[in-house]
Design a protein around this ligand. Structure first.
Ligand SMILES: [Zn+2]
Length: 351
């Protein structure tokens, strides 16, 4: 699934986890006026965290939504029509366009009369993917796969699978309130500042309230797993790893003791340690990719060198995208060069 997170477990013992895991679909308070709701995902990464904020006027704001599927809809119905029946859902803030984050925004906004808040790029991406059934969509994937040196059989299977986003997500509302980097938002008792994270998604919204000591980190800073940084077929030559590593620096000025609320995993403290671990993880993967290219290699050939587990077909999309990301970054740094061979595949080699 495009944008899915790999189950790449890392040692992150330096982090301090602050709260136990709540039961599925049961909102639990993590701070005064801020609730944690854990929703199931039918994937190896089996959950997404959403955050509920009590508004002063009796409303409720939701940050992220889960997939658009029957179990997620009923989980929300229980939460909004029973647990929080005394409050009205007034807004859905979607951190980014991936189906586990914005998937149910259309349904929630329609059913409860809520408005959607999102950054422009994330809203546009979600709208585009919701509507894109064009030949051009398939063609971009095919081009991307062929340049990666994927065996023809896999190229055809991926083409037949089509637009996976649409299987997990409904169209988001046709209008939104645009959020930008540096905006200040009052949500309940929190005065958040928007920090845009890049690389995992183009313009991901994360929210910090330094006085309250809380960072809603979306997928930018996760404990235990490294967010997927994947080159999309729509921009096959993009250096998304530079975007990711560059935007991590926007979190450096925040306090080490800040409570980090990630979209996957448990709330934790140890932000700077985690930023260091994420940067070190990618440096180590870059070194592996570089070593793999002492002879000219395709993206598909380099891929196994970057992962400590065997890639099955459900993980192929993200694994390929991550490998592209590391190879494109090394190319941008001037450490690799590629050539397009007669078979239509790129070959990367060390300079
Ligand atoms: Zn994501």
């Amino acid at each position: 699934m495009q944008g899915a997170l790999g189950a790449r477990r890392e040692r992150a013992e330096a982090l301090t986890y602050t709260h136990p895991r709540p039961p599925w679909g049961e909102p639990v308070p993590v701070l005064e006026g801020l609730w944690w709701l854990r929703l199931r995902l039918p994937l190896r990464l089996d959950h997404v965290n959403v955050w509920l904020i009590e508004e002063e006027d009796g409303g409720l704001s939701a940050i992220d939504t889960g997939f658009d599927d029957a179990p997620t809809r009923s989980a929300w119905q229980r939460v909004l029509e029973q647990v929080f029946a005394h409050r009205r859902l007034v807004r859905v803030l979607a951190t980014h366009y991936h189906p586990d984050h914005i998937g149910l925004a259309g349904w929630l906004c329609r059913r409860y009369g809520a408005e959607l808040w999102a950054s422009r790029a994330e809203w546009l991406m979600a709208r585009m993917l919701a509507l894109d059934t064009s030949e051009e969509f398939d063609r971009a994937y095919e081009h991307y796969d062929r340049r990666a040196g994927l065996p023809e059989e896999l190229v055809q299977r991926r083409r037949a699978a089509g637009n996976l986003w649409r299987r997990r997500a409904g169209a988001p509302p046709g209008a939104h309130r645009r959020l930008r980097h540096g905006d200040h938002l009052q949500l309940g008792r929190f005065r958040f500042r928007v920090i845009i994270g890049e690389g995992h998604a183009p313009e991901m919204v994360t929210l910090v309230d330094e006085e309250a000591g809380v960072l809603i980190a979306a997928d930018q800073v996760l404990p235990r797993i490294s967010p997927v940084v994947s080159v999309p077929p729509s921009m096959p030559e993009a250096d998304v790893l530079a975007d990711f590593l560059g935007s991590l620096e926007r979190y450096r000025p925040l306090d080490e003791g800040i409570l980090v609320l990630p979209s996957h995993g448990r709330p934790f403290r140890g932000l700077h340690r985690r930023l260091d671990q994420l940067a070190a993880h990618h440096e180590e993967r870059l070194a592996r990719a570089l070593a793999a290219c002492s002879e000219p290699r395709t993206v598909y050939e380099v891929m196994p060198a970057l992962f400590d587990f065997t890639i099955d077909e459900s993980q192929l999309g993200f694994a390929l995208g991550e490998t592209y990301a590391h190879l494109n970054h090394l190319t941008a740094r001037g450490e690799l060069a590629w050539e397009l061979a007669d078979d239509g595949a790129l070959r990367f080699r060390r300079l």
